[in-house]
Design a protein around this ligand. Structure first.
Ligand SMILES: [Zn+2]
Length: 216
């Protein structure tokens, strides 16, 4: 059997299993989605949002890219963010990195990797901001893991710098931002940071005028 055919067979079995447990499952989901969470995670195949959080389809709106980045010129991420925050009105945004991230590891090397250089550049900027803390660590794998953590926290900061999040904070005092890191070795999530919807949490230069945000 061709490997992709196995996926189709497994899909059939999964669909049947879901209906066995809950007859209306797909009919209900087909009508609407109202997830409470937006997940911004790494594309790594070992960190699927639903499986690691024990959630079902319909519960998490997902955006994934290499090293779970929030790049303010990334139209894809911004479109997902805007839809999740303004239309779905999610209550929580989770940025979830993972230890041993290949993207973060690659960013710590001088290797020229082609197009992806441009993406990794964003992680190199985070490293450069926290260089002394990371350089103080001797073992390379530990350096990677420290940069993974610091990077998640920086991406949470980048989220609250967006007018999309700030507008929602001004209008409905949500969503809350969470920075998590997932351990490939034990399957456990560690909480790194929680940012409540409070404008005092945004450094002043990145804060937009609240009245202008409300009207926009
Ligand atoms: Zn990764």
């Amino acid at each position: 059997m061709n490997p992709y055919e196995k996926l189709l067979l497994q899909n059939k079995a999964w669909s049947e299993e879901m209906v066995e447990v809950d007859k209306e499952f797909f009919q209900r989901l087909a009508k609407q989605q109202k997830p409470k969470f937006l997940w911004i995670g790494c594309s790594d195949s070992r960190v699927p949002a639903n499986e690691v959080t024990g959630t079902d389809p319909g519960e998490i709106f997902v955006h994934r890219n290499i090293a779970n980045m929030v790049v303010h010129t990334d139209l894809n991420m911004l479109s997902v963010l805007q839809y999740a925050v303004e239309v779905l009105e999610v209550e929580h945004i989770i940025v979830c990195g993972h230890y041993g991230c290949g993207g973060v590891d690659a960013a710590l090397t001088p290797n020229h990797l082609g197009l992806i250089n441009k993406w990794l550049r964003n992680i190199k900027e985070v490293y450069s901001k926290h260089q002394s803390e990371i350089d103080a660590i001797e073992v390379h794998a530990d350096k990677v893991d420290k940069l993974v953590e610091v990077n998640v926290i920086e991406q949470c900061q980048d989220l609250i710098k967006t007018s999309i999040v700030q507008k929602a904070w001004a209008n409905r005092k949500a969503p809350e931002i969470h920075g998590w890191v997932y351990g490939l070795k034990d399957g456990l999530v560690k909480e790194l940071v929680t940012i409540k919807p409070d404008f005092d949490n945004i450094s002043p230069i990145f804060r937009y005028d609240m009245d202008q945000l409300k009207d926009s």
